[in-house]
Design a protein around this ligand. Sequence first.
Ligand code: AFD
Ligand code: MN
Ligand code: MN
Length: 431
Amino acid sequence: MVGTLIDHALIKRSNAAARADLDDDFGSLGGRLARRDIDIEAITAKVQRFGVAIPTWGVGTGGTRFARFPGPGEPRNVFEKLEDCAVIQQLVRATPTVSPHFPWDRVDDYDALLETAGSLGLGFDAVNSNTFQDQPGQALSYKFGSLTHTDKAVREQAVAHNIECIEIGRRLGSKAITVWIADGSNFPGQQSHGRAFERYLDSLSGIYDALPDDWRVFLEHKLFEPAFYATVISDWGSSFLAATTLGPKANCLVDLGHHAPTVNIEQIVSRLIHARKLAGFHFNDSKYGDDDLDAGAINPFQLFLVFHELVTAELEQRPGFEPAYMMDQSHNVTDPIESLMTSAMAIQRAHAQALMVDRARLQALQDSNDALLALETMKRAYETDVGPILAMARLRAGGAADPLAVYRDSRYRALKDEERPQKASLGGGIV
Ligand code: AFD
Ligand code: MN
Ligand code: MN
């Protein structure tokens, strides 16, 4: 049963109180941008059109391999997850879609799920399969791998699960499946690098063949964890090789947390755009590894540089450029709704900053090898406070100028805590 979201009157009141200051800030920023030949209205319209999907697994408390500390009023099933996603969208207006994960989000009636999402104003982005855990009653174990397992029967089971996800996704209006596998090895010699990759390609071709014409498969690489010596799809090279071997419907998904700490991710993004193989993103932030921290929390400049590549590709109308934007975060010490709202806004911010880059000037500076002014041109965009643009975009789209304040005032979490008595142990897991 879908409950009520945030009281509209609360949003209206809060926006009314913020309006005069916002108009002022927006007006003065508009004037300053006009001197740089930037039309604030055009930027605001682009910000309004931008959307990033919420992962259904992100609205519950995540956890580390040490412990999980559940928060109050957590969603207990996918219907309640949708409700929380709808609150985020109601206030922020940048998250119109949801990316579900199966079997975690399995239900008996997908028409009801679709209808609920629709009534909440939400659609579905890429579906995610899960062959990194054994499910109750599952015939064969994934302890030693799934799509790359040495035993063909295990591989077939994993392929069948992915095909089931595609079937579910079709009913939900999704157009892509993201495949991340935990397969790999913990010790040198444990596994043949070559044969494991060949088994991956063989399994993936089974999934690929099951894709409807207008579907794509997103291959997600990750350099380590849970395999600590080698993962089968460890980097964008392996991902790209697999995607190229499989065909045009296979693309490479970049999860920002899935690279070694010093890797230049924005350059990888540029290469994938060039090759028409960029599937999209799992946004998050990290300091050490796959930390799954809130987007923009650790390295907002990197996020900006990634968006610089994306905006450039869009302006240049690069063929095959149609990335899916999704978040993939694990919230351990914050209210997941608050984290997802502020993360969506951090992503929007990076996008808006990237829209401010004077690309004609940058290219001229690059061509004349003026390293210093080229950096300054980037910094000028990055250092622009685009806050008023984001707030105005939210306001015009019917959201809240200050989503966090409205959310806290609403006492949504406390109300859900009463409405959603928790079972002793929740499903889901460490993602
Ligand atoms: C794990 C993986 C990967 C994947 C997510 C959902 O590291 O990021 O996208 O689970 O399957 O976090
Ligand atoms: Mn991911
Ligand atoms: Mn991850």
